[in-house]
Write a protein that binds this ligand. Structure first.
Ligand SMILES: Nc1ncnc2c1ncn2[C@@H]1O[C@H](COP(=O)(O)OP(=O)(O)OP(=O)(O)O)[C@@H](O)[C@H]1O
Ligand SMILES: [Mg+2]
Length: 333
């Protein structure tokens, strides 16, 4: 491939962009540096990681700070090459014939013309001919569109593809010649402290700031709730019967649903000690967490086909471990 203008002004500029992004993204300093280095170098990149692991958040933030469009498209069987490229508006073609003005840009042509990020989610699910169209556009930095002519990409055009390693469609589907054309970064779940920070940020249940004005629970209760929501959610990933657990999105929803449920039930304290058979404040809090977890997490858990269990049973076990068994193990004596 010939050398290519990257559209990046200078290294100082990239450093400033990084500083701004760090303020809006929790953790991920390492991944941010690597993605920034790749796009600043004018390269395309494949991000591989389970759902909810900051892939879109990072790339959206980079595009916004850089001031270029972020064009999102979902890779699935319906994403044909002509959908990716665009086409003439059929009604207008009938009236006016084929003209440049009645061509509606598809995401690829839009990202090329405007010099944006073409962000393709679940890239591996797109049909082969679509992937080939994309690879050609990446290599040539231009596409030829019938009746329109050649569209040349602005220097800031990049292709960012994402893939979920647990996807049924599998990553093995992509040939080695596809992989040979991409840089690649593996992204995994963040640690518990970062996930608590993300949940606090997205729910407004911040441990040090005052709880969101719209919320009806106290700051103390909110802090405990965020910790429990993250712990229960993380446990879904390690459970022996799950193929894929819930991302931090589940923890965010669990915290929000639980807060409402606790308010509805008039529960104002998480109680303390171990959950026992008696009707204590601790039991009432824990039961609300279990009910909210069933709502927020059960649809997000993929149980191993070989294991004769259900998402509900998995959540119940995780809940027991967290509220009944583990606190006992942690108690002295
Ligand atoms: N590092 C982070 N800092 C702040 N918020 C985050 C971070 N990571 C994830 N989030 C939040 O979690 C949610 C999911 O993150 P995101 O959309 O970036 O995941 P993704 O990797 O693109 O997932 P998918 O593969 O499903 O598209 C978003 O609501 C986002 O706000
Ligand atoms: Mg995403």
């Amino acid at each position: 491939m010939s050398t290519q203008s990257t559209g990046i002004r200078d290294t100082g500029y990239v450093t400033r962009v990084r500083a701004h992004i760090r303020e809006r993204v929790v953790g991920r300093e390492h991944e941010l540096d690597l993605v920034l280095a790749a796009v600043a170098a004018g390269r395309d990149i494949l991000l591989e990681g389970p759902p909810g692991t900051s892939k879109s958040t990072l790339l959206r933030a980079i595009a916004e700070e850089w001031g270029i469009p972020f064009v999102l498209v979902e890779g699935n069987a319906d994403l044909t090459p002509s959908k990716l490229i665009g086409g003439h508006d059929p009604a207008r073609v009938l009236r006016e014939g084929y003209r440049d003005e009645n061509f509606v840009d598809g995401p690829l042509v839009r990202a090329m013309r405007e010099g944006g990020f073409l962000y393709i989610e679940e890239f591996n699910r797109a049909p082969d001919d679509t992937i080939n169209t994309l690879l050609t556009a990446m290599a040539e930095r231009e596409v030829t569109v019938p009746r329109v002519g050649t569209v040349t990409a602005l220097p800031t055009f990049r292709v960012i593809a994402t893939m979920n390693p647990y996807d049924n469609v599998g990553t093995t589907r992509l040939s080695s010649s596809v992989h040979d054309r991409f840089n690649r970064l593996v992204v995994d779940y963040q640690d518990a402290a970062s996930e608590r920070e993300i949940v606090a940020l997205r729910t407004g249940f911040s441990p040090d700031a005052d709880v969101d004005a719209g919320s009806s629970i106290s700051a103390d209760l909110a802090a405990v709730l965020v910790t429990d929501a993250v712990a229960l959610t993380r446990a879904t990933r390690d459970h022996e019967n799950t193929r894929q657990g819930s991302s931090v999105r589940g923890a965010i929803d669990l915290a929000l649903v639980a807060a409402q449920l606790l308010a509805l039930r008039g529960i104002t304290s998480p109680g303390d000690g171990r959950v026992t058979a008696e009707d204590t404040p601790r039991r009432r809090y824990a039961e609300s967490m279990r009910d909210a977890a069933l709502v927020a997490l059960s649809g997000r858990i993929h149980v191993d086909e070989a294991a004769a269990t259900t998402p509900e049973r998995v959540i119940h076990q995780i809940w027991e471990d967290h509220f009944i068994l583990l606190p006992a193990a942690a108690e002295p004596g």
